[in-house]
Design a protein around this ligand. Sequence first.
Ligand code: C5P
Length: 403
Amino acid sequence: MPGPMKVLLAVGGGIAAYKSAELARLLMQQGHEVQVVMTAAAEEFVRPLTFAALTGRKVLTNIFAIEAAIEHISVAQEHEILAIAPATADLMAKLAHGMADDFLTTLYLAFTGTVMIAPAMNVNMWQHAATQANLETLVKRGHVIVEPGSGYLACGMTGPGRLADPEAIAEAIERAGKKRRDLEGETVLITAGPTQEPLDPVRYISNRSSGKMGYALADAAATRGARVILISGPVHLAPPRGVEVIPVRTAVEMRTAVMEHLPAAGIVIKAAAVADFHLAKVPDQKVKKTAARVSLELDPTPDILAELGRKKGDFLLIGFAAETQNLAQEARRKLESKNCDMVVGNLVGGSDLGFETDDNEVVLISRQGDPIALPRASKRAIADRIFDEILKLRLTRHAADGR
Ligand code: C5P
C-alpha cells in the first residue's frame, strides 16, 4: 500500500460513467482522498450529487469551477494522481493535442503528477486509426493506460471498448501510486545524445543518436521524484520538466561535466552515444579543400563509462550497449569490462528500432539472474521498466550490505 493518496478522479461523458461511481467508492474504501471532476458531457450521464455523496466533497464541474473561480492550477498542484475514467475518444483526442477548452482539459495541462487513463467507447471508435494514434501519443507521454476490456458494449456490439472493471482501475491507481515517488531523495545523473567531435571550426564527426532514450529516462526519473542531472550532447529535444540540463558538445566536455556532478549522484546512467575517436588537436582555421586525398588520424576519446567503473564507489552504474549483432554477449562483455551494475543492450542500425526512433526493444543484463528481455515499447515505457530493475538492484545491494 502506498498509503493514502490525493486522487483526482475525472469522469468523462460516456455511458461507462456510472461505473466510476463504484470506482470512487473503492478508492474511498482504500482510504484515499478523492476529488471528482466531471466534464459537461459526464453530467448528462450521472449527476454530480452521486459522486459528492460517495466522496464527501463537492464535485468540480465546468460550471462550478467558473462560478466559484476555482483555480485549475492549485487543484492540479494539490493532487498526486489524475485518473481519467471513462476517457472518451473525444477526451483522449483533446488530451493528446493539448486542447484546453474546459476545466478538466485545462487542469490536465497544469498537472505534473501521474496521469492514468481508462478509455471506454464503441469498438470501432476504439480501433479507429485516429484514436489509436492519440493513444500512442498519451503512452509516449508516460501516462498509465488501463486498457478497455472486450465484451458486450452498450451500443449492442461486442469487442474491445468496455471500461476496465473498477477493481482493475483501482488496482492500477495503487500500483501507479507506489511507483510515483519511489525515486524520491535520489539523484540520478544521465548522459544522453551524441557527441560532436570537431575536425575544424566548421566540421565535425558525430553519430545518429537522437537522445530520445536518455531524455525518456530523465523524464521517468523526474516523474518518480528524483533530482535529475541530464548531461546532453547536441539534440533536438525539449528538456523534460523538472530536469537540470547541462548541454555539452564533445566527449571531453561530457567527461568534465560527468566528473563534476558525480559526487551528488546515487545512480549514473550512461545513455549517451559518445564518440570513440576525435581529433586531439583541432585546427584553428577551416581546412581548405584540396584535390589531394586527405586522411584523418584520430585519437581515442576518454572512455567515461570505463573511468566511472574504475572509480566505482557507492553509486549504481548503468551503461548502454548499442550493437548491430551479438547483442547479449556484447552487453555482458561490457558489463564486465566496464564494471557496470547493469548494461542495457539494444540492437541498432538496419532495423526500425534503436537510433532516432520512438520505440525500442532492449535486454537488461546484470550480475543477478537471467537477462531480462523487454519487448518493443515506447522509449518512455522502457525507461520506467529500466528504473524498476535499477531499484531492485539497489534493494539487493542494500540487503547484501546489511543496510
Ligand atoms: O564501448 P562502447 O562505446 O560501445 O560502450 C557504450 C557505453 O559506454 C555507453 O554507455 C556509452 O555512454 C559509454 N561510453 C562512454 N565513453 C566513451 C564511449 C562510450 O562513456 N568514450
